[in-house]
Design a binder for this molecule. Structure first.
Ligand code: PRT
Ligand code: ZN
Length: 291
């Protein structure tokens, strides 16, 4: 039995695609804990929070029932389980698409042509809701795994399954027809947790930290020296958060320019800055950005 001691409990996937990123996110929020797959329960040393390791399919229901206050799980699972939980924020990892797909040689080329066909899935609730919204009647073949084999085995005419790179579809001679749900990992919460003042305070502190580390993701801090005469050119090249920070240097006519920069444009921007007169360009990681 896990004590209800005013500490927050957050459920994350015990072992799977979301586990490493979920642990990294919590650690990036400054939380110190050991995480062992074998143990259900890892207390945080420096924050009133305990980490529970569970199967992803169980997380929405455990959060709904208050076994955990918070949970990190794919939106696909939250929607499929129809759990009554509060949804806080998407977390920027675990991206995938719940997709309707058909055999390459199939005559089915549109969603409408799925009418009265058989569709295999491990997501019967989401699929049912989608079919209803499209006013389609189709037989849902509920499987517990290896959905991609269903057309080959002639168990189904189409499948509705999670796709990430598309390799599994290709290897099984399937082509995507329609994305039913684009999903990523998200933070969910028990609806009563925010009514508990101590827990609410902890959740709010955690949310600020999570948002800080999400803001910092994919960003770098850049510093450079430049002649003051080049500031306006440099400022026009820098896609900064606000305006760049400009600090005078001991050497007359020279300044240091500081700015936040997105990783994906880093090299292009550095080349342009150099052409514009910047020198000694330094780029360093950012841990968090609290606004
Ligand atoms: O043991 P437990 O029940 O906790 O784990 P699990 O095996 O049910 O889940 P897991 O670890 O496979 O996935 C956890 C979550 O990661 C999912 O609920 C999704 O939100 C997300 N996710 C992201 C994915 C994928 N990408 C993914 N590619 N979940 C599953 N897949 C599978 C998919 O089912 C298919 O078999 O990967 C295959 C397709 O991948 P591609 O790359 O070939 O397209
Ligand atoms: Zn699962």
């Amino acid at each position: 039995m896990i004590a209800n001691n005013g500490r927050l409990k957050i459920a994350i996937q015990k072992s799977g695609r979301l586990t490493d990123d979920s642990i990294s996110l919590l650690r990036a929020c400054g939380l110190e804990f050991e995480f062992q797959k074998q143990s259900l329960y890892s207390p945080c040393r420096n924050f009133g929070l305990d980490v529970l390791a569970l199967r992803d399919d169980d997380i929405p229901e455990y959060v709904q029932d208050g076994v955990a206050d918070l949970g990190i799980v794919g939106e696909n699972i939250v929607r499929e389980k129809r759990a009554q939980v509060a949804t806080f924020t998407k977390l920027g990892y675990g991206h995938c698409r719940l997709t309707l797909s058909v055999p390459r040689r199939s005559k089915i080329r549109t969603v409408a042509q799925l009418n009265r066909k058989r569709i295999a899935t491990t997501y019967p609730a989401i699929l049912q809701q989608f079919l209803r919204s499209q006013k389609l009647k189709a037989e849902i073949i509920e499987l517990s795994g290896s959905v991609e084999l269903a057309p080959t085995l002639d168990v189904a005419d189409a499948i509705c399954d999670i796709v990430s790179t598309g390799t599994t579809l290709r290897m099984n001679g399937l082509v995507p027809l329609h994305v039913v749900l684009a999903s990523e990992a998200m933070l969910i919460a028990n609806r009563e947790t925010m009514k508990h003042p101590e827990k609410k305070r902890l959740v709010e502190r955690l949310l600020i930290r999570i948002s800080g580390s999400l803001q910092a993701r994919g960003k770098r801090y850049m510093m450079m020296n430049a002649p003051s005469s080049a500031i306006s050119r440099i400022a026009s090249i820098l896609p900064s958060l606000k305006s760049p920070t400009v600090v005078p240097l001991a050497e007359a006519g020279m300044v240091a320019v500081h700015s936040v920069i997105a990783e994906d444009v880093l090299w292009d921007v550095m080349e342009k800055l150099k052409e514009a007169g910047a020198s000694d360009i330094i780029v360093i990681p950012i841990e968090t950005i609290i606004r």
